[in-house]
Design a protein around this ligand. Structure first.
Ligand code: NDP
Length: 276
């Protein structure tokens, strides 16, 4: 019997997850059906309950429901506990196992697809929302030289510094600052704000980009965003968006559900919108 999976969000029309998972199922020969589920903003649990009752085996969770999924889960993996958010669930009887693969997806895209290892590098992360929460500890586990989190609302950046201090096993220095306090230059600059969704530019000084650095916008499918444009004006030639992160986190979820990790290169190529 075909096993059923879905991605849940609001809005959900834009989601690439069905395309990605259908491609994975074809290359791995797994018999699955993967659909999109739109839930009302106050109706997450009811929609998930109905999907489970109809035999659904697992779900990806996208905005704005990653915290609802955290509350809904019965068994949280460390990745989800530390991020305080869930982006994948697996249903087995009464159990709802929950994971957050965003961070591992980002690290894999950087280190493997883009050949940009994190160890020993100075990392600047713009934004202190859910994406940064998910990415922070997996990034720290790679032993960068330093991580600076810059956010409009500085208190949120500082909260994440405390989270890192509580949970990271290494001793990587982590700082939380406002945009006027960004000092020095960085080897990897990650835009984890949602500014690119509305073609806005965080007020980042161009001096933040070190020569030869990688500028990476977690927002995907928007081409040359204002952030990537700024990096290019600063002389940065290594530009990337978050499409690889999206596909890599999907591959982690697929492997967790089905026991086989699909190759990602062809799917990344298929859905990439060029950033130059
Ligand atoms: P959140 O809403 O949780 O956080 C948004 C962050 O962006 C906050 O830190 C906010 O600052 C900041 N921000 C918003 N607008 C601006 C602006 N104009 N200037 C400066 N800062 C701004 O969003 P998420 O963390 O969930 O997502 C962030 C982005 O990452 C989204 O575009 C999302 O699509 C992308 N993403 C990509 C993934 C992938 O697989 N590639 C996975 C997850 C997310 P403040 O706190 O001050 O309001």
């Amino acid at each position: 019997m075909t096993d059923r999976y879905a991605v849940i969000g609001n809005p959900i029309e834009q989601s690439k997850s069905p395309l990605i998972h259908t491609a994975f199922s074809q290359v791995t020969g797994q018999d699955i059906e993967y659909t999109k589920l739109l839930a009302p903003l106050d109706g997450f649990a009811q929609v998930v309950d109905a999907f489970r009752a109809a035999g659904g085996r697992g779900m990806n969770v996208t905005a704005p429901f990653k915290l609802d999924a955290f509350a809904y889960a019965t068994d949280l993996a460390p990745s989800a506990q530390m991020a305080g958010a869930v982006n994948a669930m697996k249903f087995e009887g009464d159990k709802v196992y929950a994971e957050n693969f965003d961070g591992v997806g980002l690290v894999r895209d950087l280190a493997h697809n883009l050949q940009c290892p994190i160890q020993g590098r100075r990392i600047l992360i713009l934004g202190a929302g859910g994406a940064t929460r998910g990415a922070l500890l997996p990034l720290l586990a790679q032993r960068p030289a330093e991580v600076v989190i810059v956010n409009r609302t500085v208190a949120k950046a500082q909260e994440l510094v405390e989270l890192a201090q509580r949970h990271q096993t290494g001793r990587v220095p982590v700082h939380g600052v406002g945009y006027t306090d960004v000092a020095g230059s960085f080897d990897v600059v990650l835009n984890a704000t949602s500014a690119s969704l509305t073609a806005e530019l965080p007020p980042l000084p161009v001096s933040a980009f070190a020569p030869g650095c990688l500028a990476y916008d977690l927002t995907y499918g928007k081409g040359l965003t204002p952030f990537l444009q700024l990096a290019r004006q600063a002389g940065v030639t290594r530009l990337a968006d978050g499409v690889g992160m999206l596909v890599e986190q999907a591959a982690e979820a697929f492997a967790w559900w089905r026991g086989v990790r699909p190759d990602t290169a062809a799917v990344i190529e298929k859905i990439t919108v060029p950033v130059v």
